[in-house]
Design a protein around this ligand. Structure first.
Ligand code: F6R
Length: 275
């Protein structure tokens, strides 16, 4: 796991967008796993800007979102499909047929979950999976105690998650659907690369548990410790509870892998570490 700490949420979102843009330029037919939520809004704003000003080309890209609420039609303003259209899809040159979210209105949600997995397989698997982290440590809607080998399925949302997401439902947690379809932890771990973005002080404690704590189904993001190619990007406030910040900063400042990405945060001596 690589941890990259950035000064501000803005810098963290920009770096995330730059990493995604590089992956897309390197492989135009990229299979991109997407997340929703407040953290991602700025990432998508950067991707839209890069499409407009830097000709970032999505014409061959295929996308798979992590999750969708059960029982919400795609055109419901609080659906994740509506979120994706609003923040990204309608502003870029992606073929709508190449954008995939689970169908929360399917008659048979279990069959829909299996079908979603099959579609990912047909596309050759996910190249890069973008992730946020919930206040209870979830990735996708893999709530605490989701099996670390779980697959795409229907799941019940915890009160904590319904409260976290209430803003999209008039501030009322009871209006947030009680169930959702989500990629499983096992599905996410099969992506060739994972990129998790966390910003803001509310994520500090849970991010430290996920990254430096024990591997546990109580914090499903901790399963990313098993992933061979996972990058976590956090701003100062989300990274504030991490124990090994000096080491993470030193690595980012010195590892040749990140040479092209240091312009956001200029290389500078890190206290306590030799360059
Ligand atoms: C959304 C998703 C969730 C969010 C997480 C953080 O598709 O999969 O895991 O990434 O709940 O949400 P925000 O960014 O709103 O704090």
């Amino acid at each position: 796991m690589n941890i990259i700490l950035q000064a501000t949420a803005r810098d963290a979102a920009l770096l995330t967008a730059r990493l995604l843009a590089k992956a897309l330029r390197d492989r135009p037919a990229l299979v991109l796993g997407l997340a929703t939520g407040r953290t991602m809004e700025e990432v998508y704003a950067h991707l839209v800007r890069m499409h407009r000003t830097e000709k970032l080309n999505f014409s061959l890209c295929r996308t798979f979102n992590l999750d969708e609420y059960a029982g919400l039609p795609a055109d419901h303003p609080s659906s994740y499909r509506a979120y994706m259209e609003h923040h990204l899809f309608r502003h870029i040159n992606i073929d709508p047929r190449n954008t995939h979210l689970p169908d929360g209105m399917a008659d048979d949600l279990n069959a829909e979950a299996d079908h979603y997995e099959a579609k990912i397989r047909v596309c050759g698997g996910i190249d890069v999976q973008l992730l946020g982290i919930g206040s209870n440590g979830h990735i996708g809607f893999n709530e605490p105690l989701s099996a670390l080998q779980s697959r795409t399925r229907v799941t019940a949302l915890t009160p904590a998650t319904r409260t976290q997401n209430a803003a999209m439902f008039g501030g009322k947690a009871q209006r947030v659907p009680a169930r959702a379809l989500t990629m499983g932890v096992g599905t996410i771990l099969e992506a060739r690369r994972c990129l998790l973005l966390a910003t803001g002080p509310a994520k500090a404690e849970i991010l430290a548990q996920a990254v430096e704590g024990p591997l546990t189904a109580m914090v499903t993001a901790s399963a990313l410790q098993l992933h061979p190619c996972c990058t976590v990007i956090a701003d100062e406030s989300a990274g504030a509870r991490l124990q090994n910040q000096t080491y993470y900063r030193w690595l980012f400042a010195n590892d040749p892998e990140w040479a092209d990405f240091r312009t956001v945060q200029k290389k500078r001596p890190v206290r306590g570490m030799q360059p």
